[in-house]
Design a protein around this ligand. Sequence first.
Ligand code: NDP
Length: 250
Amino acid sequence: MSFDLTGKVALVTGASQGLGSRFAETLAAHGASVVLAARQKAKLENLAATIGEAGGTAFAVSMDVTDPASIREALSAAAGELGPLDILVNNAGIAVQKPFLEMTPEDYDQVLDTNLKGCFLVAQAAALQMKEKGGGSIINISSILGTEVIGMLSTYCASKGGLLQLNRAMALELTRFNIRVNAIAPGYIETPINSEFFQSQPGQQMIRTIPQRRLGQPHDLDGALLLLASDAGAYMTGSVVTVDGGFSLR
Ligand code: NDP
């Protein structure tokens, strides 16, 4: 069993910060050449330089996952630079926090277009390359809120629940092309976007409801990522790996 990814080409969406940056660094540290995609290209270029300094290979491309033309252009530029994809981490995502009765149709569209339709669009474009290449691994970053619910995040919960079913449907159809499709369902992981909240009183209270009594850190997802990306997970498809310190047991 090996987590070695030498010779593989991986695309990580939402690589400009948070979990996506960590996923990209972890894949690169295990030998993959990594395509870094998001809208803020300057941040991606900084990360590409950091990965390069550590001895890895990374290439930054602008991509808006809600825009099919932007995805096409990014994948074509990446293939020209590093070759066709073996691994996709569908990580780009957003949340709008509001009471259900105040959630607007625009909020709904923005969240669903990014978190669900975005994953569909990027996975389809990547799977076409993987099919030609003879196989691959797609990893969809869902959330424990794909199955659990908390207040103020109705559209987010809907998008992540939809992604779990898309994960299963894609897995079923793409197996014949030797493409595995799996999801990671993280619990509360500390990233720049939420660290302020978790320092607040309600945030601290929320941490006390996690059975392991701590927030996850981005590195806590390394094992799940490498399992699903590498041959170590060769017989896994349509699976969901939950990494939540026990949150969903409550
Ligand atoms: P961040 O907000 O820190 O990062 C989100 C990333 O998505 C950014 O790099 C952003 O880049 C990118 N992004 C957003 N919209 C688009 C778009 N339209 N096109 C391309 N890229 C986009 O979030 P996290 O790192 O915390 O979360 C990453 C993923 O993990 C998300 O899917 C999230 O739902 C999921 N998750 C996170 C958890 C947590 O506790 N942190 C828990 C469970 C799941 P840019 O602005 O440059 O485009």
